[in-house]
Write a protein that binds this ligand. Structure first.
Ligand code: IMP
Length: 209
């Protein structure tokens, strides 16, 4: 096993090929995220492939730290230019909770539980945050952030686009009457936290190559 990793790590040529041809890996097990990222990067001339790299789930109370550590860990395994993304939903009335714990909260209490936590609460304000961490041998870890303010829907989940991915059915961006799950991929990409972070990354990346 170690032998094969070393062999991969010797392949500096692969990394050169990737950079020259604007090919990067998106390390994730989440196909919805990949679709969003791919549909932004592809028209900007950047080819992105999805790769799932098994590793320990990184715990931290900071999304940037999680993204940075995940990117570093993934690079140590595959030695090729890559990005990882870490997102979180920050609810004002709960002092930013679940924030960096969003994945765990979604896994356990899901959207139904969030709506329950919001029962009888007037202040529905929430912010979605995304951190993209890029890692290459040349640059080390670089972070790009995006966020979008909005609110948690009143009582119900709305929409099933993107298969009602994550908190999409209960998050309605400010200045929109649709939840993320009621938007098309294109509409979500015009406003989302992830799209903002990915666009910042792409603009930087295209200046380097
Ligand atoms: P992750 O740790 O970046 O995968 O995201 C934390 C949690 O937020 C996961 O449970 C995701 O389902 C959820 N999540 C991340 N991004 C989005 C999004 O764009 N819409 C809805 N839910 C999201």
């Amino acid at each position: 096993m170690l032998k094969s990793v070393n062999k991969i790590c010797d392949c500096a040529n692969d990394a050169d090929f990737q950079t020259k041809n604007k090919v990067i890996l998106f390390i994730s097990g989440n196909f919805h995220k990949f679709e969003e990222v791919h549909s932004i990067l592809s028209p900007m001339g950047i080819t992105v492939g999805m790769l799932r790299v098994k590793g320990e789930e990184i715990q931290s109370d900071n999304n940037n730290e999680i993204a940075k550590k995940s990117a570093t860990e993934a690079f140590n395994k595959c030695c090729l230019p890559l990005i990882v993304e870490d997102a979180g939903l920050f609810i004002d009335a709960h002092e930013g909770f679940p924030g960096p714990y969003s994945a765990y909260v979604y896994k356990t209490i899901q959207n139904k539980g969030i709506l329950k936590l919001m029962e009888n609460i007037q202040n529905r304000k929430a912010t979605f945050h995304s951190t993209i961490a890029y890692y290459s041998r040349k640059t080390g870890p670089l972070l790009f952030e995006g966020q979008i303010e909005g609110k948690i829907t009143l009582t119900e989940r709305r929409g099933n686009n993107n298969s009602g991915f994550g908190f999409d059915p209960i998050f309605q961006p400010a200045q929109s009457n649709k939840t993320f799950a009621e938007m098309t991929l294109k509409e979500k990409n015009c406003v989302s936290h992830r799209a903002k972070a990915v666009n910042k990354f792409a603009q930087w990346y295209n200046k380097q190559t």
